[in-house]
Write a protein that binds this ligand. Structure first.
Ligand code: SF4
Length: 420
């Protein structure tokens, strides 16, 4: 029998492969608490930095997904916790001020329902028996019963169901026991329950408190931090267009808060990707995802026919601008918000500042510099009170030197995922 510490080592290490919450391995140099096993830094739903105990309940699994190190046929060291052990561990870390919350996932042990019941037991015990008010993110086992999904959301702040692949054909190839229909059905249940809970919070709505025989009517609580998912990229021949179409559908139909992209890493003799792990591709997909969610771009804008994969050499917004010279230059003093959002170099905040500033005065280059707009990037695409680009259209964008210059800019802009 392995000790608790040995199992923690195995199951904390196993959890790092789940990217459905944004995490980085905690840096021991920054805080003493990072010396503890299983603590990861994450970004919470409100953008705050959170420290999470991120573990699996077990790395045993009845499924055989070929991209997963913990699949049934894999020869790895196995371990499992009981729900009581996870509760005790979470409370211990919490009391010692080491964590803000728990991220709990699991391999499928016995059956999807049996596994989900154990995950729920952890969250329910933390909330109901120990009055734990820290953050809880539970992984939902895709094929479990709908009422278990509904129960999980009562206790967790956030739920996630991993879609893993953008198309059924990809699942057929790598995880034939899984189906997109099952996965999206679980997402639909979460979405429905979130909608119901939000309806309950409307001014005239009430609902029965489930633990008090209906005598006290309180708003239902269901996963207030919403749902997320993870998609693995680079394990099959799916293009970026396939990935982004799936993502756009999940955002609009299931109202996902975030999709996390995870570059495929070969896990021994399993699925062999067509290309080596593509961290650059992962970054471009995050940028494209952001452009679709917040900037009004469509999947077709970013991955048109003939260019189904994003250009790894430049950000997707710049690539779109170079493909569409007829849309520029854009006058920052008159253009609608939707056009300003399409200008390379203008992010959400700078567009809002431009809209507010131009109500009072005409905007010149000095104003844009004050707003910290990266002028080198934006100048070829805009007209300002004291600026008109010298030439525009096919003459400019075809200049190889200019194109190379923008690509160089990209090299200096590796730090941020958010496009501007
Ligand atoms: S169901 Fe999850 S844990 Fe099991 S093999 Fe598939 S990806 Fe791995």
């Amino acid at each position: 029998m392995k000790s608790l510490e040995q199992r923690l080592e195995i199951l904390a290490d196993a959890a790092r492969y789940d990217a459905s919450c944004a995490v980085s391995v905690a840096d021991p140099a920054r805080s003493a608490r990072h010396n503890e096993l299983g603590i990861y830094e994450s970004v919470g739903p409100d953008g705050r930095r959170l420290f999470l105990l991120k573990i699996l309940l077990t790395n045993e699994c009845i499924f055989d997904c070929s991209y997963c190190m913990y699949r049934r046929s894999s020869d790895v060291e196995r371990a499992r916790f009981s729900p009581e052990e996870v509760v005790a561990l979470t409370l211990d870390y919490h009391r010692r001020g080491l964590i803000d919350g728990l991220f709990l996932s699991s391999g499928v042990l016995g059956s999807p329902d049996a596994t989900m019941e154990q995950l729920i037991a952890v969250a329910r015990s933390l909330r109901r028996d120990h009055h734990y008010f820290g953050y809880i993110h539970l992984k939902t086992i895709p094929d479990c019963a709908d009422d278990l999904v509904a129960e999980a959301g009562r206790w967790a702040d956030r739920l996630s169901v991993n879609i893993e692949m953008p198309r059924q054909a990809d699942l057929d190839q790598l995880a034939p026991e899984k189906s997109l229909v099952q996965i999206t059905r679980a997402m639909n249940v979460i979405r429905r329950e979130i909608d119901l809970a939000q309806g309950d919070r409307l001014p005239n709505a009430t609902s029965e408190h489930p633990d008090r025989g209906g005598r006290i009517r309180l708003p239902r609580r269901f996963a207030p931090a919403g749902q997320t998912t993870q998609m693995i990229i680079g394990a099959t021949a799916a293009t970026d267009a396939d990935v982004l179409f799936a993502a756009a559908s999940l955002y609009s139909r299931q109202k996902l808060r975030r999709i996390y992209y995870s570059a495929y890493i070969s896990v021994d003799d399993g699925a062999q990707p067509d290309a080596p792990p593509q961290i650059a591709r992962e970054r471009r997909l995050y940028q494209a995802d952001w452009l679709i969610r917040d900037f009004g771009f469509s999947v077709g804008d970013l991955t048109p026919p003939g260019a189904e994969n994003l250009d790894l050499a430049m950000d997707p917004k710049l690539a779109w601008a170079l493909r569409n010279p007829g849309r520029f230059p854009i006058d920052v003093n008159h253009a609608p918000k939707s056009d300003l959002l399409r200008v390379p170099g203008l992010g959400l905040r700078s567009v809002e500042t431009i809209l507010a500033t131009r109500r009072r005065s005409r905007i010149a280059l000095a104003d844009l510099a004050t707003m910290r707009v990266p002028l080198v990037r934006a100048l070829p695409f805009i007209v300002a009170a004291d600026h008109v680009p010298r030439a525009w259209g096919s003459t400019v964008v075809a200049l190889p030197g200019l194109r190379r210059g923008w690509q160089q800019l990209e090299l200096f802009d590796r730090a941020a995922d958010q496009p501007a």
